[in-house]
Ligand binder design. Structure first.
Ligand code: UT7
Length: 351
């Protein structure tokens, strides 16, 4: 039987560390001002979210989402001992694409030096749930024999598109820049517990307007009719969020998805080495762990240092803890994710 195997893993975060205290003083060019720009503080952010710092790319436009994706992808390729030429499909999850269209996967393909080759490029959205959605697609493609080397990437560049003012403080404190990547391929095995064991993806569009970024209204003419420089007047260019509703649904969705993953695979936490939840808020993850009765010593987080990197959080977190020596090749991971849409899901796979 053909199953999907993780061949390589890599991640990348930009060098600039922005602490909670730094963030208070940054303007939208990420330049430190003398007086605080955002009414917030380190204590509030740590207590409510668990975040201490996040990473930002330079504010000069020199780094794009596809650059973050490229750095993570190269590390995943190195880890697998593979070359970019081996890739016959890219699936890239992002809510912060290089541009509206074409999708970011083709820019990554070009930067990998494999443009024009026989390599399909998919962009998927699904925000914070993109990793599980992408893994489900990749697993189906590989088991069907459609592709043999799939590069799955989650990459986000949030720091350019948030509201650096008190109005946007509920969102700006949460998000950071970063990328994570996996190279996936087929393996012939009779062991049902090898490789990617399980994926499930869910959605509920009735929650779509609890976390969204408008930018333009396609039904309106002209479809962009605001002055982007008038920061006070317009909110369409910044993400809008009903944090409390998202919080409650995130806990519910991730608990449900984790329970279903174990029930459908006839597994218990004894069969799983690590629980790697999406990194949106440490309090969400602590609640999920409590309600789903997950052994706390099996939980891996990185939100403290990286904030929420949306599509990148799962491979970024696994790679971080692998570098710390905790996660080992062959370990079995259960991931649960929840994000804008609403979308959510879970997966069980071997590292
Ligand atoms: O992957 C999906 C991505 N998003 C999420 O998962 C977000 C889920 N939601 C959350 O993480 C939390 O709801 C937040 C961290 C966004 C907010 O925490 P909260 O405990 O739900 O706070 P709240 O919205 O109830 O706000 C409490 C107070 C309010 O002030 P008043 O009205 O009580 O005077 C807010 O205006 O905290 C204020 N507040 C802040 N204060 C300092 C909101 N953001 C901030 C801030 N700094 N950054």
């Amino acid at each position: 039987m053909i199953r999907t195997k993780l061949l390589g893993l890599g991640s990348y975060v930009p060098d600039r560390v922005v602490t909670n205290d730094d963030l208070r003083f940054l303007n939208d060019q990420h330049i430190r001002q003398e007086q605080p720009v955002i009414e917030t503080n380190d204590q509030w952010i740590q207590q409510r979210t668990g975040i201490r710092s996040r990473r930002y790319v330079p504010a000069d436009g020199s780094v794009n989402t596809s650059d973050l994706a490229l750095a993570a992808a190269q590390r995943a390729l190195d880890d697998a001992g593979a070359k970019a030429e081996d890739i016959d499909c890219i699936i890239l999850g992002t809510l912060s694409p290089d541009m509206h269209f074409p999708g970011t996967a083709v820019f990554l393909q070009k930067k990998l030096g494999i443009s024009g080759r026989n390599c399909a490029c998919f962009d998927i959205r699904q925000q914070c749930s993109a990793f599980v959605y992408a893994l489900q697609m990749a697993d189906a493609f590989i088991r069907a024999g459609t592709y043999r080397r799939i590069l799955l990437v989650g990459a986000e560049l949030h720091s350019h598109s948030m509201d650096f003012s008190t109005r946007g403080r509920d969102v700006v404190v949460l998000f950071g820049d970063g990328a994570g990547a996996m190279l996936l391929g087929p393996t012939e095995t009779e062991d049902e517990r090898e490789g990617v064991l399980y994926t499930a993806a869910y959605a509920d569009g009735s929650g779509a307007m609890d976390l969204y970024l408008h930018i333009f209204n396609i039904a309106h003419r002209p479809y962009i009719d605001y002055n982007a420089l008038d920061r006070e007047q317009n909110q369409v260019i910044f993400p809008q969020m009903d944090g409390k509703r998202v919080f409650l649904h995130a806990v519910r969705g991730m608990v449900m998805a984790a329970h279903a993953a174990l029930a459908k695979t006839n597994m218990t936490w004894d069969d799983i080495q690590w629980f790697v939840p999406h990194q949106a808020n440490l309090r969400i993850n602590e609640k999920v762990v409590e309600v789903a009765k997950i052994p706390p010593e099996k939980v891996l987080n990185t939100i403290e240092w990286y904030g929420n990197t949306t599509a990148a959080t799962i491979p970024l977190t696994i790679d971080y803890w692998r570098q710390q020596g905790k996660v080992k090749k062959g370990d079995r991971v259960l991931s649960a994710v929840f994000g804008s849409g609403y979308t959510w899901g879970a997966a069980i796979f071997q590292v």
